[in-house]
Design a binder for this molecule. Structure first.
Ligand code: ADP
Ligand code: MG
Length: 231
């Protein structure tokens, strides 16, 4: 079964008097436990696609099915619930909460989105800190961590609730070369261990090389011949 399936997906934004066709008639499928990249120049619609998959934005038309749910019809509350239960997010600028420690940032989704008993929560966070190699930095706040370390915390946070899908919007854009490689390797390891599907938006050739499937966008349209390996 496909994890995600989009047919004739469209998103049009109204900007003043003009319609901006951010995504136009895009079709794609994403299989479970895959590593998939949406690539393309700035403004080509990558984030819009990820935001629709993540129920942060609704399609203007077309169908979008995520884990068997038609997400285009969910209302605000239902999409927030769906997101919390099923999807982890990783962002370009890490989006950690500055006043919380690494440990507390990873704990956040377990408290805010899902209700985990305290003991199970502590065990899970400890496991994730170890998996991303941050056990000895658990009590540091984001301003005491490097960019690569912050993104490792963000990867742990995205995975902590055991969701099967992680959306990563240009996750290596603010990282140096070595940190970017380490983060990509870490995400791949998590995919192999937990069967998590990672869907990226990226310009980074390092991610494109690692992706098993690449969809190339330009001006909101899928480029012909993409959706194959190593475009
Ligand atoms: P990318 O992530 O590939 O850089 P985006 O998906 O962010 O591209 O944007 C695609 C197009 O949609 C761009 O022209 C952008 O300006 C426009 N766009 C994105 N979000 C909005 C919005 N909320 N309102 C109006 N236009 C938007
Ligand atoms: Mg973007």
């Amino acid at each position: 079964m496909n994890l995600i399936c989009a047919e004739k997906l469209d998103k049009t934004y109204r900007a003043g008097d003009v319609d901006v066709h951010a995504v136009q008639s895009v079709d794609f499928v994403i299989e479970p436990a895959s590593f998939v990249a949406f690539v393309g120049p700035s403004g080509s619609g990558k984030s819009t696609v990820l935001n629709m998959i993540g129920c942060l934005d609704r399609p203007t038309s077309g169908t979008l099915t995520v884990m068997g749910t038609d997400v285009s019809t969910l209302d605000r509350n239902a999409s927030a619930r769906f997101r919390g239960q099923n999807i982890g997010f990783i962002f370009q600028d890490f989006n950690l909460i500055p006043v919380l420690t690494a440990y507390e940032n990873i704990e956040y989704p377990l408290i805010m989105v899902q209700e985990w008993p305290a003991a199970a929560r502590a065990k899970r966070i400890t496991e994730l800190l170890a998996a991303v190699g941050m056990s000895d930095q658990a009590h540091k706040r984001p301003d005491q961590l490097s960019g690569g370390q912050k993104q490792r915390v963000a990867v742990a946070r995205a995975l902590v609730a055991n969701t099967k899908l992680v959306l990563a919007d240009e996750p290596t854009a603010n990282l140096d070369h070595d940190s970017a490689y380490r983060i990509i390797g870490l995400m791949k390891k998590m995919r192999d261990e937990f069967g998590t599907t990672f869907v990226f938006s990226t310009h980074d050739p390092k991610i494109m090389r690692e992706a098993e499937l690449t969809y190339a966008l330009e001006d909101g349209r899928l480029q012909l011949g993409t959706g194959g390996n190593h475009v």
